[in-house]
Design a protein around this ligand. Structure first.
Ligand code: HEM
Length: 182
């Protein structure tokens, strides 16, 4: 049964804005990286270069958003979890959320290091060029590529688990977890 939640059991407007705006950026950016890297033919084409440019311009901005969100999170308490939720489930939720925050930093950082060792520019949002995080060393490109791909898969799996859990709460258990973020 749906309940009207009191404000202290809901995320604040700012927390919701961070959550939904970042979800709206990260999910398409992940799919774009997957499409360019896994589905498009290997050969370099102008189309592929454009899509990759969009991926690279927006990627580092996720770091800025995540850091701002973490500062907000550290200074504004999230709503307390319901006492009905068993201890193991609370722990699983906390580990999942921690993993999402960690991967929202690690995935774009590995992309930034990748461009750095490649000796490529690191533009952000068509506004600034970021400094390289490592010296140019093309020999490390394959290794950093693997790190970027692997961390992206971890993030993708965490997001999928997170979305499935939220939907199961809403349509399976029919509890008020989803309403906390709406
Ligand atoms: C359709 C997609 C999504 C849905 C339905 C959804 C749903 C939710 C809900 C209901 C909560 C609150 C959980 C609670 O009260 O304990 C939440 C929290 C959270 N979500 Fe999502 N989410 C989605 C996408 C994402 C994405 C793409 C990310 C990041 C990559 C993300 C990261 C987080 C984080 C870090 C929290 C914890 C907030 C905190 O307490 O600090 N979510 N999400």
């Amino acid at each position: 049964m749906e309940k009207i939640l009191p404000p202290f059991q809901r995320y604040s407007l700012v927390a919701k804005m961070f959550h939904w705006s970042m979800a709206a950026i990260i999910i398409p950016l992940w799919l774009l990286g997957f499409y360019v890297g896994r589905i498009m033919p290997h050969a370099a084409t102008p189309q592929k270069a454009l899509l990759l440019l969009i991926h690279k311009e927006i990627g580092p901005f996720i770091i800025v958003l995540t850091l701002l969100r973490l500062v907000w999170r550290a200074t504004h308490r999230p709503p307390a979890m319901s006492a009905e939720i068993p201890e193991e489930e609370r722990l699983a939720v906390q580990v999942g959320h921690f993993g999402l925050y960690a991967m929202m930093l690690i995935v774009p950082l590995t992309g930034w290091v990748r461009s750095s060792v490649h000796g490529l520019p690191i533009p952000m949002m068509w506004i600034v060029n970021l400094p390289p995080l490592a010296h140019k060393a093309p020999v490390f490109v394959p290794l950093v590529n693997v790190l970027h791909q692997f961390s992206s898969w971890v993030l993708g799996i965490l997001i999928a688990g997170h979305v499935i859990a939220a939907l199961l709460h809403r349509y399976g258990r029919k509890d008020s977890i989803m309403d906390r973020m709406l």
